[in-house]
Write a protein that binds this ligand. Sequence first.
Ligand code: ATP
Ligand code: MG
Length: 556
Amino acid sequence: MIEEDKSLNFIEEIVEEDLRNGTHDGRVLTRFPPEPNGYLHIGHAKSICLNFGLAQKYNGKTNLRFDDTNPVTEDVEYVESIKKDIQWLGFQWAEELYTSDYFETLYQYAIQLIQHDLAYVDDSTAEEIAAAKGTPTEPGVPTPYRSRSIEENLTLFQEMRDGKYKDGEKVLRAKIDLANPNMHLRDPLLYRIKHAHHHRTGDKWCIYPMYDFAHGQSDSIEKITHSVCTLEFIPHRPLYDWLIEKLEIFPSHQYEFARLNMTYTVMSKRKLLQLVTEGHVESWDDPRMPTISGFRRRGYTPASIRNFCERIGVQKRENMIDVSLLEFCIREDLNKTAWRRMAVLDPIKMVITNYPDGQVEELHGENNPEVEGGEGSRMIPFSKELWIEREDFMEEPPKKFFRLGPGLSVRLKHGYIVECHDFKKDENGQVTEVHCTYIPNSKSGEDTSGLKVKGTIHWVSVAHAKKAEVRLYDRLFQVENPAAEEDFKASINKESLHIIENAYIEPDLANAIPGKGYQFIRMGYFTLDTKSTPDHLVFNRTVTLKDSWAKEVKKG
Ligand code: ATP
Ligand code: MG
């Protein structure tokens, strides 16, 4: 028995209705059908969560089907990346399948249509076909080839397969209705000639099925019960149904939901490919890319992305999701899971004048104060000279500046209270050193000083700090909807990457675990870059601690 759930999305409602009616014997089999012509993006994550989520919820299965009918743009590199990304998101497919495995079956289906006088070989050029198709308000007219005999069509189609014709010389079209208001039913193309090497079938084929002829038939071959795709395929559905009906094959059904659109990014593989090939980003997994691999490298967790997909839900109408919702999801996750560390991104030196020369204390800090037990702790060396953040000192601090300035006191995180009594400047007026005294009995956890200070700042010991490169990312585009611009690349944010070459990090960060999130206290969430090495540590900022953009909007 399925429990009533008020918050079902409309596809779940359809599935539950089918289960109640015993449609498909109570079976749920979905599929995720990527074309291996690029890396998966966050929009694909929505489709993955939906398809795999339905199967999980209703005790069904999901196939991974590579829709590999375009030999020219597809590649095994993409196949591998897609598999890795789906698994990383936390899903496992029942079967790994390829449309190209069905090429022979699809070819036989095409012959079946020809035999029923439902398909014909057309010698017209692409332009002639387009011209004869009419417009949405005017019916099309038949080309001279529409009346070819079944025998002639069978022979020509065989010859197309045998490689007798050049690219574009002939196509196979369904014979449906040239006056249909739905342009997709005006004798759509089923096969085209393409003499190209396919990454799986090699040179075996020189004719390739069109999406509309491959997709529904593949669903049917696999006995997919609920074929979920995005809204732009609504006008294709009558053709999907027509082909299944005429071929008398398993009645898969297509259902459409709204694709994910997100602010300040583009979501088409074609555009993302341009960003890579034209060098606007480093690679498909550049941390600024909206690809799953980009988010992974940036430090997003699978749970945060699944959670985001859950929150945005499944709609029947297109909308635009604010990227700050995704940022909210990763912050929420990392706040619970990230290990706390200290790193100084823009250092100035602090000297504790009354601290013994050469003395080193081992302070301890919990890894994760958000959980009971703190997930253990790490040792933080403390000494006379520390790096602190430049912005934590002001020569002439305004009121309510609860950090350092002449006469002001702060607590050093996990350490002592210090009071500033002096500072040094260079010839340019830049502050180079801050001089403080510490209160020996104010140590964190055993403070008997009775002093109260409002601010706590982070620091690292000069003698023990490690160096690291830290990369700060911002939005890749300056406008909310770059895809709507005449040239989406004109709105690329030139300041989307800021590299800090020499940040100082606490020594334990040299052992940072790849893939783990770290909160650099007060500075944001970070993760080790995939290209970091022990000799050259590199950290990526996943997200800031707070939504700095929201603040700016309010200020404005
Ligand atoms: P793109 O236009 O980015 O190349 P696509 O639709 O051509 O995307 P496919 O590899 O064919 O990419 O897509 C695989 C599945 O993912 C399809 O079912 C498709 O509908 C779905 N999908 C693609 N983009 C989105 C999106 N932005 N939101 C939700 N689902 C998407
Ligand atoms: Mg596609």
